[in-house]
Design a protein around this ligand. Structure first.
Ligand SMILES: NC(=O)c1ccc[n+]([C@@H]2O[C@H](COP(=O)([O-])OP(=O)(O)OC[C@H]3O[C@@H](n4cnc5c(N)ncnc54)[C@H](OP(=O)(O)O)[C@@H]3O)[C@@H](O)[C@H]2O)c1
Length: 264
């Protein structure tokens, strides 16, 4: 990519199974890639691995705890822009109910607010950029969202239930942000990456049989393929648009948006 057409991408959860495969693919497509994560040693290793495979790769890392508002805001303030692609991918599935230092249930804070806050803050840097896109790595394994108990204060916590809820929220908030960012020229879509063996999936009691590289195909396609710009607010599996059952209830989507917005 020449200087003029150089595009910059952020990938969250970038040393995880699917996140690393996404970051590597983007680097091989000549994107400048910022790997985001909270473990500096693992970020350094991930960057070094990509650079060993492609010595001219433009890959960097940034430390951020995506469950923390202050950590995301710190990164937002030190970001020097520009930004064309944001891939929200980081997620967690702790077996016990855990809370962050600021008192949020951890899956809600990471998987829902983390995606929300990254879109809310970083879309500012994407405004007016040619072909700007946000991809939310969600899942086909989604449902049971309870707008009155998003943090499992009333229901018994189960990590699979909390995870399914969070992936439904990813898909609903994709619609909410797509509508808000359309006027700024930013496409926002969600996808299922396929079933990959990872820390996250193992915590839920299953080990997916697909490779991380396979898991990266649809997110990278949505972020980079010329066809991707024709869509916004949609949900994809295997590079195909799939009708999303959660996109129909606009009242619920707005309620969820408003609930999350108060924590930015
Ligand atoms: N694997 C599947 O079969 C599957 C299926 C459908 C959808 N997905 C989706 O794919 C995405 C990636 O999952 P994966 O399977 O690749 O899982 P993974 O290997 O466990 O990767 C998750 C990544 O998120 C990071 N992360 C978690 N909490 C964080 C925080 N507070 N701050 C910063 N980073 C944090 C993890 O870092 P740490 O190691 O430091 O925690 C890790 O790098 C998720 O959104 C998941 O819902 C996966």
């Amino acid at each position: 990519m020449d200087q003029e057409n150089q595009k910059t991408a952020i990938v969250t959860g970038a040393y995880g199974a699917i996140g690393f495969a996404i970051a590597r693919k983007l680097a091989f497509l000549d994107y400048e890639v910022f790997l985001l994560g909270r473990n500096e040693r693992r970020l350094e290793e991930a960057v070094a691995t990509i650079q060993a495979l492609k010595p001219d790769a433009k890959v960097w890392y940034e430390l951020v705890d995506l469950s923390s508002l202050s950590s995301i805001k710190d990164l937002y303030k030190r970001w020097e822009g520009p930004l064309h692609i944001l891939i929200n991918n980081a997620a967690t599935t702790p077996r016990e109910r855990r809370t962050t230092n600021d008192g949020f249930e951890l899956q809600f804070a990471t998987n829902i607010l983390g995606y929300f806050r990254m879109m809310h803050y970083f879309s500012e840097y994407m405004t007016g950029k040619k072909d700007a896109r946000i991809v939310n790595v969600a899942s086909s394994w989604a449902g049971d969202l309870d707008i009155n108990d998003l943090q499992f204060e009333h229901r018994p916590y189960h990590n699979d239930l909390a995870y399914r809820q969070s992936k439904q929220a990813n898909r609903m908030l994709t619609v909410a942000f797509a509508e808000r960012l359309d006027n700024f020229g930013i496409a926002v879509n969600a996808c299922h990456p396929r079933d990959v063996n990872s820390k996250l999936s193992n915590n839920l009691g299953y080990g997916g049989h697909e490779s991380p590289e396979t898991g990266a195909i649809t997110p990278v396609w949505l972020a980079t393929d010329p066809a991707g710009i024709n869509y916004t607010g949609k949900y994809f599996e295997n590079k195909q648009m799939v009708q999303c059952e959660f996109s129909k209830n606009k009242v619920a989507i707005e309620e969820l948006y408003r609930y999350c917005r108060q924590f930015t």
